[in-house]
Write a protein that binds this ligand. Structure first.
Ligand SMILES: [Zn+2]
Length: 543
């Protein structure tokens, strides 16, 4: 999930939650579920779980997985082999694009040399070049708040290591970083205080989005086209000025955790800037303070990165358990497989990918006949703008140019997405469909002991634009793209797009619960008599 949409997506999920009193009325419209199947699914998912083993390979062996990088391709080969081993059919890579270059870090070394030595915790920004060996140079503080600042520093930055943002205000950590939602919080998030403001929109207390043209650490990291345009301008300017290395303090976090992603662009037509790295804000602020005291520190960076031009096309990994009597009707589970470069992409989105793989492994292992086909999709290009899932819905359901429904459109039953970190599933969205809410309630009733409370999204507006995560690529064109409300744990405070996005931050019990619920939901959707109800066909689709 890209950051701007991370907050918006949370807002989009926050709709009315049904509690016990309303539930009884709803259950009437719910399903009579197969508890025998549930017991078998639970047994396989909890007694023979492979979800952490999947995650080990996805993150520790093949992480990080920047879209179209060699790590991403190797991870895809491994995943396809696993799916085949579990008996899935039609396992293949589905290409889309062109996307552009893959990119990977080969080496990172950063240090303060004088007035005293200190190694600098950090990593290079995505799609930025290396230093061609070690570079030692003076530091300069040259905050670029907007294009207007370029003139101020013209001719003053050649061969320097440039701090391009203001020092960051840091606060003491008084709150626990990990958080589990309380029932009261879920209830609060579920309310619809103002039905005139449904759909996407900033949540109360959310960090203000950068103003148009404003250059902040947040702008540097956004996938929005405006961010890319500004990044290109800044990169062209810094390159022209002959900057040796550009530094940022990251856009979030501290205490050794560095949050950062984009620096340049995957598009070979876009300008390539100087080497760029994000370092911890504490160390960034130290360099600023030295400069503000008239002391010019010397820094050394030795960075090696690789632009990988193996194949400009992006890809999604797809595989399925063929249905029986209604095999042309499809139930999908999935999440994005690509990640950013700071850690190993364990919680973003190694967990969502491992959970989806585990859900189909459980169902394939049980060999229980399912009328509809169950398909798993591991998307590429999500972090850069949902490219993989958007391409998929255009290739299969509504081509962008005509926006006309294809025959497959009416056969896609539902897509279940997981992309909010390691946390257990606490609620599921009904996308504003009361019938769907009742059906989901009846699926949840026998598994409430696992900590999933209910259904959100009973009152919901249409998805006005794809954004935040891959389920919106489906709901944007009127398909059931369903997400789960998860316990935030340390997602926003520690792991999301950071150097601490690592295996040990994943909670085993939580992802086991997620895999069980995704398998159970897919099983119910693939075996129930009718397909799930749908919301009305939204505006973007040609009538
Ligand atoms: Zn994500």
């Amino acid at each position: 999930m890209n950051l701007l949409h991370f907050r918006l997506a949370a807002a989009a999920c926050a709709m009315s939650l049904l509690f016990t009193s309303a539930v009884t009325a709803q259950q009437q419209d719910g399903d009579k579920v197969d508890l025998g199947a549930l017991t078998q699914i639970k047994n396989e998912a909890f007694q023979h779980s492979q979800v952490m083993e999947n995650l080990f390979y996805i993150s520790e062996v093949y992480g990080p997985r920047i879209t179209s990088s060699r790590n991403h391709r190797a991870a895809a080969e491994w995943a396809m082999q696993q799916l085949k081993t579990w008996g899935l059919q039609n396992v293949h890579l589905e290409k889309w694009g062109p996307f552009g270059d893959g990119w990977q870090i080969k080496k990172y070394y950063g240090a303060l040399e004088s007035p005293a030595y200190a190694s600098l915790i950090g990593f290079p920004l995505a799609w930025t070049p290396g230093t061609n060996g070690p570079v030692t140079a003076e530091a300069v503080l040259a905050p670029l708040h907007s294009e207007a600042d370029f003139a101020k520093y013209k001719g003053k930055l050649k061969g320097k290591i440039v701090l391009i943002f203001d020092p960051r205000e840091l606060a003491m950590h008084t709150e626990a970083e990990a958080h589990r939602l309380t029932d009261a919080e879920i209830e609060e998030r579920a309310k619809t205080p103002d039905p005139s403001r449904m759909g996407f929109g900033p949540r109360p207390g959310a960090a203000p989005a950068p103003l148009p043209g404003e250059f902040t650490p947040m702008t540097l990291t956004t996938a929005a086209p405006s961010g890319r345009i500004l990044r290109n301008k800044v990169n062209a300017f810094l390159k022209e000025e002959g900057v040796a290395v550009a530094l940022t303090p990251g856009y979030n976090g501290d205490g050794g955790t560095v949050f950062a992603s984009f620096g340049g662009s995957q598009d070979p037509k876009d300008p390539v800037g100087p080497p760029m790295a994000a370092i911890t804000p504490e160390q960034y602020n130290r360099i600023c303070r030295l400069l503000q005291h008239g002391i010019t520190p010397k820094l050394t960076f030795d960075i090696e990165t690789e632009y990988q031009k193996d194949d400009e096309m992006g890809f999604n990994v797809v595989g399925e358990i063929p249905g029986t009597s209604k095999a042309d009707e499809v139930v999908m589970v999935g999440g994005h497989f690509d990640s950013w470069q700071g850690g190993t992409g364990a919680t973003d989105n190694g967990t969502g990918s491992a959970v989806a793989m585990e859900a189909v492994r459980v169902l394939a292992t049980l060999h229980k006949p399912m009328a509809r086909t169950v398909r798993v999709a591991l998307w590429g290009g999500e972090e850069e703008g949902l490219y993989g899932s958007l391409a998929y819905v255009q290739q299969h359901f509504a081509p962008r140019d005509t926006m006309k429904k294809t025959p497959e459109y009416d056969k896609l039953d539902v897509y279940f997405n997981d992309d909010s970190g390691s946390g257990k599933f606490r609620a599921v969205s009904a996308l504003g469909n009361a019938q769907m809410a009742a059906i989901f309630q009846s699926w949840i009733a026998p598994i409430k002991d696992l900590g999933i409370d209910g259904v959100v999204g009973l009152t919901a507006g249409p998805t006005l634009q794809p954004g935040g995560t891959d389920s919106t690529s489906f709901s944007y064109i009127g398909l059931n793209g369903i997400g789960f409300m998860q316990d935030p744990l340390e997602y926003g405070t520690r792991t999301h797009h950071s150097n601490m996005d690592l295996y040990d931050r994943v909670q085993k019990g939580d992802v086991m619960q997620g895999a069980l619920i995704e398998a159970w939901f897919a099983y119910n959707a693939a075996t129930r008599a009718e397909m799930l109800p749908r919301i009305d066909t939204p505006a973007p689709l040609a009538k």
